[in-house]
Design a binder for this molecule. Structure first.
Ligand SMILES: [Zn+2]
Length: 320
């Protein structure tokens, strides 16, 4: 109405004038230039209430993590009993597990940048009882409300590694943005595992090798495992075993390396999960087999995935 009543030749919405003028004023006060497209912080001016609200955008850093200790979940879990509120069962911490990879990496990083907390976005996740060694797993760490928006990456890496005391370690590659979270979470690259397998019965190395070759290169049908059925939809997944080979024997147990498509359940590939996974090592051996320990030794990152979807597998020397 104002525009048309006054026949203004070059009217401008109040909001853009505010943005520009407030930006100029803050620029004068701080010596910083206002970036209206990709701001680090945003002020919300509530003119009617005479209130200014400040929003600090998170910073993101990309890297790979190693997990050397079993029993640490990737991200923090709320206590099952109280759902995070704090109760006797969790000693009023609200947590199911005392530490997570997220907290071991995120706590020192958030502290170093003056942030409030940090969220870990992993390229997939390993089981709590599995180690993550070898190449490490790609991740993006999101640090909330940081007071500092950058620091020397090597210094941050050293800080995190010192704080994690050898339970977890990281290599940081670069500062990145929210877009990288999506990229890293949609990474469907192959994974390689080293497992220690126990067999109920007598099997020769030759017999085991024959059984392994029967499931190598084969598509496995896996109904949602019993152990995750409470949090995953019950359906049958098809995933290929790209390679599986016998490495050696340790105290009557067998060391085996498996490379599989993303989403292949390794414990069930071995145990058969009471027939829910087919074929399985238990099935082709004709005797019950189970995974005693599991280590993830290789997770390919998007940097190794070519545009046509195939991937360059690192050579043996690069892995464990
Ligand atoms: Zn609790």
């Amino acid at each position: 109405m104002v525009w048309s009543d006054l026949s203004l030749p070059d009217p401008e919405p109040l909001k853009s004038e505010m943005n520009r003028e407030v930006g100029k004023l803050i620029g004068k006060l701080t010596g910083k230039k206002a970036d209206l497209v990709h701001p680090d912080i945003v002020f919300i001016l509530d003119l009617s209430g005479d209130v200014v609200e400040l929003k600090v955008h998170p910073v993101f850093v990309a890297g790979r993590y190693m997990k050397y200790e079993r029993g640490i979940p990737q991200t923090h879990w709320d206590c099952r009993e109280c759902r995070g509120a704090g109760c006797e069962k969790c000693d009023f911490t609200g947590k199911q597990y005392m530490d997570s990879v997220e907290e071991l990496i995120g706590r020192p990083a958030a502290e170093a940048l003056g942030g409030s907390w940090a969220v870990l976005h992993g390229s997939g996740r390993e089981d709590i009882d599995a180690r993550m060694i070898g190449t490490g797993r790609p991740f993006v760490l999101e640090i909330e409300s940081p007071r500092k928006r950058s620091m020397d990456l090597a210094a941050l890496e050293a800080l995190i590694n010192e704080s994690a005391q050898g339970r977890v370690s990281v290599t940081l590659s670069r500062w990145c943005g929210r877009d990288d979270v999506e990229t890293i979470k949609s990474n469907k690259a192959h994974k390689k595992y080293r497992i220690l397998v126990e067999v109920d019965g007598t099997v020769t190395v030759e017999g085991l090798s024959i059984a392994l070759s029967a499931i190598s290169g084969v598509t496995i049908f896996q109904r949602t495992p019993e152990r995750v059925a409470h949090r995953r939809a019950d359906k049958v997944r098809e995933r290929r075993v790209l390679d599986i080979e016998y490495i050696g024997t340790e105290e009557g147990r067998y060391v085996i390396e498996v490379t599989g498509e993303a989403g292949l359940y390794i414990k069930e590939l071995v145990s058969g999960d009471n027939g829910r996974t087919h074929p399985s090592l238990t099935e082709v051996l004709g005797m019950p087999a189970r995974v005693v320990t599991l280590d993830v030794v290789q997770v390919e990152g998007t940097e190794e995935v070519k545009e046509d979807g195939t991937s360059q597998r690192p050579t043996k020397e690069n892995t464990v």
